[in-house]
Write a protein that binds this ligand. Structure first.
Ligand SMILES: Nc1ncnc2c1ncn2[C@@H]1O[C@H](COP(=O)(O)OP(=O)(O)OP(=O)(O)O)[C@@H](O)[C@H]1O
Ligand SMILES: [Mg+2]
Length: 327
């Protein structure tokens, strides 16, 4: 059932609290789907990047083949932010008169350090990978960063689209004003005007490209037939409470949660009081989760293993538990 839900989607996000098993399960899901014959791109948007560690491989910005049909990339937030601000800089320098360029430089320096800067950059890259991924792959799996920011990040396209639209409107007004001014002064300085026109055109194209990309991304992630979010958690107080909060935020952004993966379940061992007590406490948190997410929601549980599931064989085995257990 869980596998069917995954098999019919094209874009998956795995998110949840730190250390619950997002990277492990994203890798296991991606491997399972590649083995089933789909072309899969596994993307890590986590600054800590343990995807490479998991596969014992160096993974970077360019796709690396992990298994036939399974490629992986890791997004570097610092590099994305640099690239992003270079582009934003181009826009701003182009829009502002020369005597304000010093201000623009200072503004860019501050903005690159501002909260949210990395997120905006990561969003653009994520959107690009999702949109391009739909063309080149059957499935794109995003292993997201360990924070509640993921939901907000996915809500960002709306905000950024509005911002870009406002910029475009301003440019339209500025273009009209410019054209009127030029007709008044009789169209002198032909070459200067020509240069400015082509620069304006470039800025407009950049803004429009970003607008289109974010709009496309938004359409993809809010289409429940195309995309879904899997929340990974542990059966403990904080992960359960954060899961309910994340679920709410995702609903507000119209992003479908296709399932809840409760990882690292303590075995119910009659001969160990410690394990039996922990197991019982976890059961209460599972019940709490069920109450919060409603009856129809899909819950999958995987046990705490003696060894960390690292490497392809262990991930395949983990995938077996993920899809083979009671669902
Ligand atoms: N079922 C399990 N049994 C035992 N160890 C596990 C299990 N699932 C994951 N682990 C281990 O727990 C650690 C955290 O897992 P993982 O890196 O997948 O979590 P994460 O949610 O991606 O963490 P982060 O928030 O830091 O990105 C890893 O060392 C992983 O090997
Ligand atoms: Mg991780």
């Amino acid at each position: 059932m869980f596998r069917d839900e995954i098999a019919r989607r094209r874009v998956l996000f795995l998110g949840g609290k730190g250390g619950v098993g997002k990277t492990t399960s994203a890798a296991a899901v991606a491997l399972d789907q590649a083995r089933a014959g789909r072309r899969v791109l596994l993307v890590s948007t986590d600054p800590a990047h343990n995807l490479g560690h998991l596969w014992g491989r160096k993974i970077g910005e360019k796709p690396v083949v992990l298994h036939p049909g399974l490629d992986a990339v890791e997004i570097d937030p610092d590099r994305e932010a640099d690239r992003h601000f270079k582009t934003v800089g181009q826009h701003l320098y182009g829009m502002m008169p020369e005597h304000l360029h010093g201000e623009v430089r200072r503004y860019l320096q501050v903005s690159a350090q501002a909260p949210g800067a990395h997120e905006a950059a990561m969003l653009e890259r994520t959107a690009q990978l999702a949109v391009d991924g739909l063309r080149d792959y059957d499935l794109v799996v995003f292993d997201t960063a360990p924070s509640g920011h993921t939901a907000r990040l996915l809500a960002l396209p709306e905000m950024m689209a509005q911002w870009t639209r406002a910029l475009l409107d301003n440019r339209t007004r500025a273009d009209r004003f410019g054209a009127a001014a030029r007709s008044l002064d009789g169209g002198n300085e032909e070459s200067g005007i020509g240069a400015r026109r082509s620069r304006d055109q470039r800025i407009r194209e950049l803004l429009e490209r970003r607008q289109t990309l974010l709009a496309e991304f938004r359409i993809v992630i809010t289409d429940p037939k195309l995309s879904g979010f899997i929340i990974v958690l542990a059966a403990e107080r904080m992960p359960v409470l954060e899961t309910l909060e994340l679920r709410k935020q995702l609903a507000e952004s119209n992003i479908a949660v296709i399932g809840y993966l409760i990882n690292k379940r303590t075995p119910d061992a009659a001969d160990s009081e410690l394990l039996a007590t922990r197991h019982a406490a976890e059961e209460q948190w599972v019940a709490e989760l069920r109450k919060g997410i409603g009856r129809g929601a899909l819950i999958v549980q995987t046990p705490l293993l003696a060894h960390e599931p690292i490497g392809e064989a262990a991930l395949a085995e983990f995938g077996g538990m993920l899809f083979g257990g009671p669902q």
